[in-house]
Design a protein around this ligand. Sequence first.
Ligand code: HEM
Length: 264
Amino acid sequence: MGTKILFIYLPYLTAAIFLGGIAYRLWKWSKTPVPLRIVLTPAPQTRFGVAWRLLGDVLWFPSLFKSDRLLWAGGLAFHVLLWLVLLRHLRYFFYPLPSWIVEIQTLGLYAGYFLPLPVFFLLIRRLTMERIIYITVLEDLFALLLLLAVSVTGVLLTQFFRSDVVEIKAIILGLLHLRPIVPDVHWLFALHFFLVMVLIGYFPLGKLMHAGGLFLSPTHNQRANFTERFVNPWDFPVAYNEHNLFPPEKYREMLSKSSQGSPS
Ligand code: HEM
């Protein structure tokens, strides 16, 4: 029964939380009023410039580079290695395999060996630097410990308990084609898989969603075209409450009094 829960119910539940959670958070962010221009300067003036800046933010974290070189190096190493590992894992998701996935396998394998290092560095940084401990919450440690556990179990699998690629592929393709199977696998693979499910389910719920949030952040996706008038797109008439102690007429009256110099 446990295996059935792990390899059938949990993956579908996780997929629903992941997709629904991402859609919900992106929808909520896109609905949040941005009544002012709050772009982080120096910023580009054209839409192409904004897209270019966002691309830079995604690929090499320039603002982190300016503020903290060591964290930048650790963060960049982590993200690059993670991407290579994820691309290597695509071999479980495709049949037949596109040739570029075959070609990336060795690079992805070495990336996997090194992946625990930057995660460990990020964890040690949080646990040892006083000013970072001060702003660290439990979620920060949870995310890092989870990533560490996923990457260490992955490396252990590769080194000591080599999994049968055909069997793993059957599990993943079975799930994708809605014909899931209940496999008989090593406990370490089951653990790796379980931790990955927790990671995927947690992704939209917490800080890891910065991956999507970046694109909807007004400080980054606005233009610095200060010569043009900024029209607040959310400036629709607001329903007025009669019991409001400070009605607009009174406010207008006070404004005109104060502009005539009388004290309010
Ligand atoms: C459905 C999702 C996943 C499955 C089925 C899966 C399965 C596996 C398997 C079977 C191995 C051993 C490979 C071998 O024996 O050569 C492995 C290795 C590894 N996994 Fe995963 N994994 C998944 C997701 C992830 C994720 C999300 C991460 C990282 C955050 C990760 C990190 C690693 C690492 C670092 C290794 C060792 C390097 C390598 O062989 O690629 N895995 N994984």
